[in-house]
Design a protein around this ligand. Structure first.
Ligand code: PEP
Length: 249
């Protein structure tokens, strides 16, 4: 049985004080143990959140990192620095990083390896653009992103990766994928993992759906056999809404 993961991606929202106020207001998310709950916050809010989340059962994640431990990379944050803060998860390859900051499948792969080298759980984002979907290239694009992101990982590592299938056209648009379409792509991802590794690994790897998930539509995604939770942007910003996402799971 795979445990569903509900992860909030706050993007560039919330100061430390706002993050703490959010955390204090959470209710159900702190009480639920059958869902893995994660908040991925801006770097500056991570120390306050890690401290507040101690013993709460809620995991704290970053939204990006560099793959090197240290060096002349002005403005970057390393896995060692995240680990030093007590962060447990890191989102890698989000479509906004890919499109605005030139993230590639190769850099995502380096970061995934760096995450494991430092005992961080990577949440690896993949997904097709609207143009690619309309050209019938969804599985080809997503398949390639998954294959490249996971290249060189051991079976044990792949079992611990969280893959987030996020069609680019669904992110922040209010137009979520249908649950059936998301299931089709996520089922395909699982089959790919079975071919690349084995059925046991494919049975254990968790694959979330992301893209305009709200408390009202999350149930339909989680009813699908291959969908193991959600990566949620906008609807993760308010504590009541985040609580509802977790209780609906
Ligand atoms: C995201 O940022 O990963 C995301 C899915 O955003 P939203 O839920 O707002 O579409």
């Amino acid at each position: 049985m795979r445990k569903p993961v509900i992860a909030g991606n706050w993007k560039m929202h919330k100061t430390s004080a706002e993050a703490l106020a959010f955390f204090r207001a959470l209710k159900a998310a702190k009480e639920t143990t059958d869902v893995e709950t994660v908040i991925c916050a801006p770097f500056t809010a991570l120390p306050a959140l890690v401290e507040a989340a101690k013993d709460s059962g809620i995991g704290i994640g970053a939204q990006n990192m560099h793959w090197e431990e240290k060096g002349a990379f002005t403005g970057e944050i390393s896995p060692v620095m995240l680990k030093d803060l007590g962060v447990q998860y890191v989102i890698l390859g989000h479509s906004e990083r890919r499109s605005y900051f030139a993230e590639t499948d190769e850099t995502v792969n380096k970061k995934v390896h760096a995450a494991f080298a430092h005992d961080l759980i990577p949440i690896v984002c993949v997904g097709e653009t609207l143009e690619e979907r309309e050209a019938g290239q969804t599985k080809q694009v997503v398949g390639q992103q998954v294959e490249k992101a996971l290249a060189g990982l051991s079976s044990e590592q792949v079992k611990r990766v969280i893959i987030a299938y996020e069609p680019v056209w669904a992110i922040g648009s209010g137009k979520a994928s249908t649950a059936d379409d998301a299931q089709e792509v996520i089922g395909f991802i699982r089959k790919m993992v079975a071919n690349q590794y084995d059925q046991q690994v494919a049975n254990e790897v968790r694959v979330q759906y992301g893209g305009s998930v709200k408390p009202d539509n999350i149930g339909a995604f989680l009813d699908q056999p291959d969908i193991d939770g959600a990566l949620v942007g906008g609807a993760s910003l308010e504590p009541e809404s985040f609580d509802r996402l977790v209780t609906a799971s």
